[in-house]
Design a protein around this ligand. Structure first.
Ligand SMILES: [Zn+2]
Length: 319
């Protein structure tokens, strides 16, 4: 079968993708020889090139489209850029400054905003060539800049969480269930999120006695980067609900999923991943807005919870 363009562009990531998959499958207690990963051109459900991550039966397997890979790559690079720029900007401000930040004041953050849009387009359409005009980073496993290295790392972490979510449907035998009510679907999605988030968290826990602002030790840093992946996966999902009439019969609102995930991860109040997810959500729902400086949201945990509430309102208002 002829390869679609996105496959020729992204198959350089295939060894890393399969590595992530192999680890996730074995940690889920499944056999990677029988529960395989299919990377496909067209959506199993829709039969055309669109983003899809799916757990399938007979035989049990996980199917991911190249549009899904490309779209997730783009959102990870968006999060990396918006996150870094806003994280640094927040720390450069002095007391006298107007501490409300505006994304469009920062050119690197603007690339991030465009990457969010690109991610949505990559999810929905066939691409015959890469972006013309030079603003977009070119997908490469041999990344050299800090943003590209972080973007690729976040991409694989987010993919890890999404794969574990799909495997969660298999492990919890959701495909054998018959319930077709909205509440059945919602429960299964939240269960798959729970399985994925707990398995990615593993035995790692934040350090309860670390002074706020001090650098975390290795275990907590592992959890922080895992959380970046989880949050980026949720941000990827959220994008498709920040458009009119996106209410789903099968999936709970991304904001509800995020709230539950925040509880499971139970990160420290000064978590960098929490701070970055709050920026990413603001970038999604109000990129032109001047952002509050955080004085009304004293910790990153408060900021992330506030972002989840704002996201919920935004999703509701679009229905
Ligand atoms: Zn699911």
């Amino acid at each position: 079968m002829q390869k679609i363009f996105l496959q020729t562009l992204f198959e350089q990531f295939e060894p890393a993708i399969r590595q992530v998959y192999a680890r996730a499958v074995s940690e889920a207690g499944l056999d990677p020889q029988t529960v395989t990963l299919e990377l496909t051109a067209t959506s199993w459900r829709l039969g055309r090139p669109e983003a899809e991550f799916a757990a399938l039966a007979d035989p049990r397997r996980v199917a991911i489209t190249w549009n899904g890979i490309a779209s997730l790559w783009a959102v990870a690079h968006a999060v990396a850029r918006v996150g870094r720029v806003m994280f640094e900007a927040q720390r450069k401000l002095s007391r006298e400054d107007d501490r409300r930040l505006m994304l469009t004041d920062y050119p690197d953050a603007e690339t991030g905003l465009l990457l969010f849009i690109l991610s949505r387009n990559l999810a929905k359409q066939d691409f015959g060539h890469w972006i013309v005009g030079g603003w977009a980073p070119t997908p490469t496993v041999q990344s050299k800049t800090e943003d590209d290295i972080n973007g690729n790392a976040i991409f694989l972490l987010a993919l890890d969480w999404i794969i574990r979510h799909e495997l969660g449907h298999l492990v919890r035998k959701h495909l054998d269930e018959n319930g077709r009510l909205r509440e059945d679907h919602f429960r299964r999605e939240l269960e798959a999120d729970e399985t994925a988030t707990k398995s990615i968290k593993g035995a790692h826990a934040p350090d309860p006695v670390r002074p706020a602002g001090a650098r975390p030790a290795a275990g907590e840093l592992f959890l922080e980067s895992a959380a970046m992946g989880v949050f980026t996966g949720v941000v990827w999902i959220s994008q498709f609900e920040c458009v009119p009439h996106a209410e789903s019969h099968t999936h709970p609102a991304a904001s509800d999923r995020l709230m539950k995930i925040l509880d499971i991860l139970d990160l420290r109040e000064d978590s960098g991943a929490l701070e970055i997810v709050s920026y990413a959500i603001k970038a999604l729902i109000d990129p032109q807005g001047r952002w509050p400086d955080g004085s009304d949201q004293p910790t990153a945990l408060d900021a992330a919870r506030e972002a989840a509430i704002q996201l919920s309102r935004f999703i509701q208002s679009n229905r």
